[in-house]
Design a binder for this molecule. Structure first.
Ligand code: ADP
Length: 507
């Protein structure tokens, strides 16, 4: 409880107020005491002079006892708290009005007396109180008239009057002594109390939003970092707490998205491992079966049968090799170890080259393969080896899924900062429900034409990954039962689009 921010703020506020209160009490006590002394001294400034002008108190060092007693008596009647001392020029006490035995000093310091006589500033000037060896009090003093023929500055002595006044030794005593101060102290305590209550209320309001935020953060953490809708109140102000809430919302969104992505990737990875094991195991088992049979029945088999078995085994090992190399290719593309060797190259020429490579296979299958002549000399920016791989995969698929008598057409287009290549065929086409998934790893749409032998379902995934690395885009389209069309875009060498600039990618 006391570890909460609110408790700490409240404790700090109380501490500060107490400190301030204590300071205020002490300073008020000291100033009031000084002020009272100042007023006392100012009012009685000429008291000693007036008294000494009434009578001649000393002549040639001798005290005029009768005159002194008259003055003592006069004062006793007017103000009994005043004490009178007769001092010699060195400050020694010669006579006093106080009751005998109460005077504790035989000397008083001359410095305050000189200050008093010199100027009337910075009151109160405090002088030694003869009745207490440590205390100082406000006083009035008069230098007694010079004796005739004495040096100009010499005096007979001083009439030193201690202005009794009330002596307050503590703030409590001062308070007790004054109605006004008592009232003002009461008002001070009430004001302090009210400010403290108001301060605590304000802190409570301020920390409430912080507490809400902490609660939300807590809930988010307990939800496994994936809670989507965080009820962070969107207040109109934008103080630090709002900014913190906004920053947290942003962070939570990112974390949530990443956690979901990680889960998805994890699921994908498991599926991938399952697919890979299955795809590896099937040809491997077949391969072993044929080789085992060959070993077991070597003598019982006719040479043509033996050749048949060997050919089947070789086919399986070939598809196994292809699968392994495709897997390796994808893994390298994924691990970002592949540093793309980006360079400008003529896409038209590359298309011609690849088409040329497939011409024989197309003829063999009875498929017409057309590509527009390399009139457009637009240069694309990319890794030519990888782009060639994409073209090969697309053409390989197009020929594979197009029956005899069909057509495959390759077209090049220049669009803004991009160049696009379209591979269209008049083959089996792709069902609408399969279209969004053809670029997934290991995805193979159910064969529509019996006898069409597909691969492992990695070819389009590899193509997609390569185009992605180039900051381009690839998409598939089915021509309503009349074949399919694959199209990809690459940044052109002259354009301002750079790989990864999503905004400038074609829509
Ligand atoms: P595969 O090695 O099986 O061809 P791909 O990743 O290249 O794997 O293709 C994935 C799936 O997309 C294929 O199994 C096939 O069903 C479909 N497909 C790809 N290209 C074509 C095409 N030109 N015509 C019809 N279907 C296609």
């Amino acid at each position: 409880m006391f570890r909460s921010l609110y408790a700490r703020l409240a404790a700090a506020l109380l501490g500060l107020f107490l400190l301030f209160g204590a300071f205020h009490v002490v300073s008020t006590f000291l100033t009031t005491r000084l002020y009272l002394q100042e007023v006392d001294q100012r009012v009685n400034w000429t008291l000693a002079v007036n008294l000494s002008s009434e009578e001649i108190l000393m002549t040639n060092g001798r005290i005029n006892q009768r005159a002194l007693e008259r003055i003592f008596h006069m004062l006793m009647v007017i103000n009994p708290s005043i004490e009178i001392y007769l001092l010699d020029p060195s400050g020694r006490i010669l006579a006093f009005s106080a009751p005998p035995g109460t005077v504790k000093r035989d000397h008083v310091a001359l410095a305050p007396i000189r200050r008093f006589l010199a100027v009337k500033d910075r009151l109160p000037i405090l002088g030694d109180d003869p009745r207490d060896t440590r205390r100082q009090k406000a006083f009035s003093v008069a230098a007694l008239p010079r004796r005739p023929g004495a040096p100009p500055k010499a005096t007979e002595g001083f009439l030193y009057v201690i202005l009794g006044g009330e002596q307050y030794e503590s703030a409590a005593a001062l308070l007790r002594g004054s109605y006004v101060l008592k009232q003002s102290a009461r008002a001070g305590v009430v004001a302090l109390f009210l400010t403290t209550v108001a301060g605590l209320g304000i802190f409570r309001l301020l920390t409430r939003r912080l507490r809400n935020l902490t609660g939300t953060v807590d809930r988010f953490a307990r939800s496994g970092l994936s809670e989507r809708s965080l009820d962070l109140e969107a207040s109109p102000g934008s103080d630090e707490i709002d900014q913190l809430a906004a920053a947290f919302r942003l962070m939570a969104d990112r974390i949530g998205a990443q956690v979901r992505e990680l889960k998805q990737t994890d699921a994908l990875r498991r599926e991938l491992v399952a697919n890979v094991s299955h795809d590896l195991r099937t040809p491997l088992a077949a391969l072993r079966g044929y080789l085992d049979t060959l070993l077991l029945k070597e003598d019982a088999l006719s040479p043509s049968e033996r050749r048949d078995y060997l050919e089947t085994a070789a086919r399986h090992s070939e598809s196994l090799g292809k699968l392994v190399s495709e897997l390796f290719e994808l893994a390298t593309l994924d691990s970002r170890q592949t540093l793309l060797e980006m360079e400008p190259f003529s896409l038209a020429e590359l298309v011609q080259d690849v088409v040329q490579k497939f011409r024989l296979a197309a003829e063999k299958k009875g498929v017409t393969l057309t590509a527009e002549p390399p009139g457009d000399l637009s240069f694309a920016r990319g890794d030519i080896g990888l782009v060639e791989r994409v073209l090969e995969n697309l053409l390989d698929n197009a020929l594979r899924y197009t029956p005899q008598g069909g057509e495959v057409d390759v077209r090049l287009l220049s669009e803004n900062d991009f160049l696009s290549v379209t591979v269209a065929d008049t083959g089996s086409g792709i069902r609408a429900e399969d279209l969004p998934r053809v670029f997934e790893r290991f995805y193979r749409a159910p064969a529509r034409e019996s006898g069409t032998k597909g691969g492992a379902g990695l070819g389009l995934a590899i193509a997609h990954r390569i185009i992605d690395l180039h900051g381009g885009r690839i998409e598939a389209e089915s021509l309503s039962g009349a074949g399919s069309r694959f199209r990809f875009w690459l940044p052109s060498a002259t354009g301002s689009a750079h790989p990864g600039t999503l905004e400038s990618r074609p829509a």
